[in-house]
Write a protein that binds this ligand. Structure first.
Ligand SMILES: Nc1ncnc2c1ncn2[C@@H]1O[C@H](COP(=O)(O)OP(=O)(O)OP(=O)(O)O)[C@@H](O)[C@H]1O
Length: 573
């Protein structure tokens, strides 16, 4: 019977063997840690057989660690229980037994623990250690205790719905899932229903019909386009179930409680990179298994009273809109199509006229130039969203546009970008707005005014360096809760049209190119909304704070510099 004063399940400590070496292995449920450290070799006489049980139940961790301190060497591995991927009885074949010289034991018993190993640049790998016990009973005891600890982590998914785009990126989505992800899911006891998409928007449509209650999460295997499909399917489904009209730009959207996991297999994988820190399928799979949860802001985009799209990364007009348009004709080039189109777009050097109006996000405690990036467990996100929540309670969730003042800027722009996350990717590790936050209820609106080619190049180069990319006089950045854009040609010639892109082009192109001072060959650009082109150019965008949740934890603060470093090493008392 356990004494009443113990607040946690009993601590378990045994001498077990790893590769014929004796280790003191401790499971401390109170501090949620599993640790093992090598024992000093003893004299032949004094050497105990592996597995002599030292189980000490009912001891506090501190007291116990002290009692062993004289017998052990330094160097220990400590794994938080939240970072254990799986625990299972080890399969011991005869060959291994012989090579390990365990013949003296009539029946060796062992269990294997898989855990998170942090590598360079936010990459995670699955470490594995097999502990050998002398008795079956001890092995069972350890298995039971570890599995109990894992079962207490109820936030871990048990059943997932997986959508694979077989044509995304280098067309390796299916292979990546089968070889790298599925084995980890099955080791962690996760059941997965897999749908290999057969056409564009298959996943989105499927999400409207599927029984979501069966699942603890949805996983998409593909790029940003595939994630966007799943995002639209899920948000659309939740609004439909809650009878919310998404065509109403002022509607208060229902949050999606089911989490989305992204296994990167696309050309850019920007959302994955900006929320995990790397676009690596194994790392993403491990975040899913651990049941990580990262809230994410989502922007809704409307044209008049019509819903167009949701965006979580880049909503870009001008340069990035043109790069996307140009890249669509060259899909056969694969991911290189963006470089090719980017180079071409840079040379053409188009600028576009229009009016941008926005309302600042007054509740946020950060600013786009404060050099404080969003990190795991971000204080800025937590505090800002709390303040927003209080504000919304006061306003009863109304977002009337006339309530607060709007700032209006008219001008000629090379690019208008709104980002609700940093948009970091391997080519631009800091992203378009390095201090943008994942879940503070705001977006960073970046206006790049008409400038020389050289200046624009200097601005673009800043995306790949550590210097402040907003310090040029032709670049402005604002942290906003919403914004509207009206292209000049729409304002003057076609304010009532619904299909503004086409009609105003038709009406205005002639006038524009006939004019002697015209230097712009394009009347309007198009919007690049998370890698997809919008047909409309006059839009309004609004940020919805924490509308969805991802299987991610944001970017961890201190990446390891040494690839060989094992798990998280925690100081032992
Ligand atoms: N079976 C399919 N056939 C054709 N298109 C598909 C299919 N499944 C999904 N799609 C569409 O393919 C588009 C691109 O997919 P995805 O994002 O996975 O790859 P990508 O475009 O190479 O990567 P990125 O979006 O990161 O640049 C998505 O918009 C998605 O809707």
């Amino acid at each position: 019977m356990q004494p009443e004063y113990l607040p946690f399940p009993a601590l378990l400590c045994s001498v077990l063997s790893i590769s014929r070496q004796h280790y003191e292995v401790t499971l401390d449920p109170g501090r949620a840690l599993l640790s093992w450290r090598k024992l000093r070799p003893r004299s032949v006489k004094g050497r105990t057989r592996a597995g002599i049980c030292l189980t000490r139940v009912l001891h506090r961790a501190r007291g116990l660690a002290k009692s062993f301190s004289r017998q052990i060497t330094s160097g220990s591995v400590t794994v938080p229980l939240t970072e254990i991927v799986s625990v299972e009885e080890a399969e011991i074949d005869g060959k291994y037994c012989n090579s390990m010289k365990w013949q003296h034991m009539c029946k060796p018993h062992a269990f294997t623990v898989r855990y998170i190993k942090r590598m360079k640049k936010h990459r995670w790998r699955c470490g594995e250690v097999t502990f050998w016990c002398s008795e079956e009973q001890m092995c069972c005891h350890w298995l039971q205790a570890l599995n109990d600890a894992l079962n207490q982590q109820t936030h871990r998914p048990k059943h997932l719905l997986v959508y694979i785009n077989p044509y995304g990126g280098c067309k390796k989505g299916k292979q990546i899932y089968e070889k790298k992800v599925a084995p980890l899911f099955s080791a962690a006891g996760i059941a997965a229903d897999v749908v290999v998409t057969e056409y564009a928007n298959h996943a989105r449509d499927n999400l409207y019909d599927v029984n979501l209650e069966k699942y603890d999460g949805i996983v998409c295997v593909g790029g940003d386009g595939m994630f966007s499909e799943v995002l639209h399917g899920l948000i659309g489904r939740v609004q439909k179930d809650s009878h919310i009209d998404h065509n109403n730009p002022s509607a208060c959207l229902s949050r999606c409680s089911i989490r989305i996991g992204i296994v990167p297999a696309g050309s850019t994988d920007c959302v994955c990179y900006a929320t995990v820190g790397i676009n690596d399928p194994v790392t993403s799979a491990l975040h899913i298994i651990l049941g990580d949860c990262q809230p994410l802001d989502v922007c809704s985009i409307h044209h008049k009273k019509n819903f167009l799209k949701y965006s979580v990364s880049l909503l870009g007009y001008g340069f990035y809109g043109d790069v996307l348009k140009g890249s669509e004709n060259n899909r056969w080039l694969g991911p290189a199509r963006y470089d090719f189109s980017g180079f071409k777009t840079f040379l053409t050097h188009h600028w576009y006229e229009g009016t941008v109006s926005f309302q600042p996000a007054k509740w946020v405690i950060g600013s786009p130039r404060d050099n404080k990036p969003c990190t795991s467990g971000c204080h800025v996100c937590r505090q800002s969203s709390k303040q927003l929540q209080e504000l919304q309670k006061e306003q009863n969730c109304r977002f009337e546009h006339s309530e607060e003042e709007w700032t209006t800027i008219k001008g000629k722009f090379m690019a208008i970008n709104a980002v609700s996350l940093s948009c970091a990717c391997p080519r631009s590790p800091k992203g378009l707005s390095p201090a943008a936050h994942l879940a503070d209820g705001s977006a960073d609106l970046i206006l790049v005014r008409k400038c020389s080619r050289l200046n624009f190049l200097r601005h673009l180069i800043r995306h790949t360096s550590k210097k402040d990319q907003f310090e040029f006089p032709f670049v402005e950045v604002y942290r906003v809760k919403n914004f509207q854009f009206t292209p000049k040609h729409f304002e003057e010639y076609d304010t009532e049209s619904t299909d503004i892109g086409n009609v105003s082009k038709k009406n205005f192109a002639q006038i524009c190119t006939d004019h002697p001072s015209c230097v712009c060959s394009h009347v309007n650009s198009s919007w690049n909304c998370d890698g997809e082109t919008l047909d409309q150019t006059a839009i309004e965008m609004r940020v919805h704070c924490r509308l969805i949740h991802l299987f991610a934890r944001g970017i961890e603060d201190a990446p390891l510099t040494d690839d060989s470093n094992p798990s998280k090493i925690l100081p032992m008392e």
